[in-house]
Design a protein around this ligand. Structure first.
Ligand code: SF4
Length: 153
């Protein structure tokens, strides 16, 4: 078995870092349990790492900027958090990440369109985009079976 370190959105392992103070815990999943048991996961919330408080006003991406629902520009926090994630990946030689679907930081392939109407468009969140640009393969909780095959087959 190839033993790697995997970056994971910390809300997916039960940390209460979501904008509303909650989490998106998927630790009941057998693959995630395997990764936890093997001590392979490195959790990070890019938004908290970038300096944002929890709870916080929700953000969507508008014209490549991170704008919250009150119209404030939070782009610098998002960029800082994405950089922190990249630093962690370099520090632990991380090649794979499991990042939360649809988030303006962690989302990959599909994100909300900036209208706060739950409308999805093609695109990556700030963190996913930066990691992909640096050769890290980004999965979400929706397609983890692909990563499981890479790691355990
Ligand atoms: S930024 Fe990522 S880790 Fe943090 S709450 Fe949002 S989806 Fe979860």
């Amino acid at each position: 078995m190839k033993k790697e370190k995997i970056l994971i959105s910390s809300c997916l392992v039960g940390e209460n870092v979501k904008y509303d103070g909650g989490n998106n815990d998927i630790t009941a999943d057998t693959f995630i349990q395997k990764l936890l048991n093997e001590d392979m996961l490195i959790p990070l919330c890019p938004e908290v790492a970038g300096g944002l408080e929890t709870p916080r006003v929700p953000v969507e991406i508008v014209n490549k900027k991170a704008i919250n629902q009150e119209g404030e520009d939070k782009t610098l926090f998002f960029e800082r958090g994405a950089q922190r994630a990249l630093e962690l990946c370099k520090e632990f030689d991380i090649k794979y990440a499991i990042l939360k679907f649809r988030s303006p930081s962690c989302g990959s392939e599909l994100i909300y369109d900036g209208t706060f109407t739950h409308t999805l468009v093609t695109g990556d969140g700030f963190c996913s985009k930066l990691l992909k640009e640096n050769g890290i393969e980004v999965f979400s909780e929706k397609n983890m079976e692909k990563l499981e095959k890479i790691l355990f087959n």
